[in-house]
Write a protein that binds this ligand. Structure first.
Ligand code: FAD
Length: 379
């Protein structure tokens, strides 16, 4: 396996080793079949919960392992080498937990965070709607306060884990237009008036479901409002930065996997690997190390509790673009084998493309970074 520096501690290595064994035993044998059927294998998630890997960052008191963001992002990179879809599933699951940890009351943590942390429930995050993807604060789903609770009405789109989740964090409008009129709600599967709509067909990340969520006079108790009324956009944004580093970690896994597969197959002469191509892949190796270093800086900033909006956008942009470049080059380098599903390279490329879009397109990351430059560099 390629070594990227700095290497992790012995304790981190032992967690990652456990995770890798689970991936090899529970995930790898079904990869091709599940990809073709676009099937999410819940038993893999269940096997991860047995060793606490579904809640690495959550304090022990709420059922987590209380580990560092660095280990968490390294875990996502490892998972992505087997399945970027699965890495996304775990990443989204973690986002919901972090939101409840940050904004929830103790009774909400007891009731909703614990089952998520122990892996007995799977989480999903729902912000996007038709017409409010990049411009998320324009969302139209409403939550109207009544004597019985909040009535939710509307349709959300592109909810990862949608078909499989037990608990959803849903952003809906309780007030004025724009970000200040949005609130966050914890919604349980099987709540009357809430149903899962169309499951999307998509290019990549095929084994992580992506669905509509439909609310029709769905009554949510006021105890399931997360944070204060009008704080929902803040709740969502607070998790998107950390989530973007997670997307970068996932992208890094795809890039690393592409390099290892191409190099080992090329050297075994499974396909032609001329000298020119060797030097191209050697250069990719250097880029991979640079990407890893950037990821670790971002993880460290999160660990220190520093603002991470800028570094998260840099990470997401640079590493997902690198993953796209490397996985696309991998397909080309392998020639015909590159486009054969059984060879495994084309899936890496399709998954990398989806990573350039999810959690804010890379164009939006450039917008975030140009605003930051405007602040920092006076003209
Ligand atoms: C695999 C996957 C999983 C997802 N999972 C979730 C999920 O779990 N929960 C959830 O809420 N959402 C999810 N999404 C939705 C995702 O966040 C949106 O797709 C994304 O924010 C882009 O929104 P859009 O598709 O509406 O594109 P649009 O906003 O319509 O953008 C179209 C194009 O215009 C560009 N653009 C838009 N605005 C600007 C601007 N101001 N300046 C410059 N360029 C701009 C974009 O970069 C893009 O190229 C997921 C998406 C994908 C692909």
């Amino acid at each position: 396996m390629i070594t990227l520096l700095p290497q992790c501690s012995a304790q981190e290595a032992s967690y990652l080793q456990q995770a890798e064994t689970l991936c090899r035993e529970a995930l790898e044998p079904f990869l091709l079949e599940d990809e073709q059927k676009e099937y999410f294998r819940r038993s893999v998630f269940d096997s991860f919960k047995q060793v606490g890997l579904t809640a690495l960052l959550i304090p022990k008191v709420w059922g987590g392992l209380e580990q560092s963001p660095t280990l968490y992002y390294r875990l996502l990179t490892l998972l992505a080498r087997y399945s970027a879809s699965f890495s996304i599933t775990v990443g989204v699951h973690q986002m919901i937990q972090a939101a409840i940890l940050q904004f929830g009351s103790d009774s909400q943590k007891q009731m909703f965070l614990k089952p998520l942390a122990t892996g007995n429930a799977l989480g999903a995050f729902s912000l996007s709607e038709s017409g409010s993807g990049s411009d998320a604060s324009a969302l139209k789903t409403t939550a109207t306060l009544t004597p019985e609770g909040y009535r939710l009405n509307g349709t959300k789109l592109w909810c990862s884990n949608g078909s499989d989740a037990d608990l959803f964090l849903v952003m809906a409008r309780t007030g004025e237009a724009g970000p200040k009129g949005i609130s966050a709600f914890i919604v349980l599967k099987n709540t009357p008036g809430f149903s899962i709509g169309k499951k999307e067909k998509k290019l990549g990340l095929k084994t992580s479901s992506l669905t509509e969520l439909i609310f029709d006079q769905c009554l949510i108790p006021t105890t399931q409002l997360l944070g204060r009324e009008g704080e929902g956009f803040k709740v969502a944004l607070s998790q998107l930065d950390a989530g973007r580093i997670g997307i970068a970690a996932t992208a890094l896994g795809l890039a690393q996997e592409a390099l290892e597969r191409v190099w080992s197959a090329g050297c075994k002469e499974q396909f032609a690997f001329p000298v020119g191509l060797r030097s191209e892949w050697a250069a990719h190796y250097a880029s991979l190390q640079a990407a890893y270093s950037l990821l670790l800086v971002a993880a460290r900033e999160r660990e220190l509790g520093n603002p991470i909006t800028t570094i998260a956008s840099q990470c997401k942009l640079v590493i997902s673009d690198l993953a796209m470049r490397m996985t696309s080059d991998a397909v080309e380098t392998a020639g015909y084998a590159g486009i054969q599903p059984s060879f495994g390279l084309e899936r890496l490329m399709r998954d990398a493309k989806a990573l350039q879009i999810v959690e804010g397109t890379n164009q939006i990351q450039k917008l975030v970074l140009s605003r930051e430059l405007e602040k920092q560099v006076q003209v």
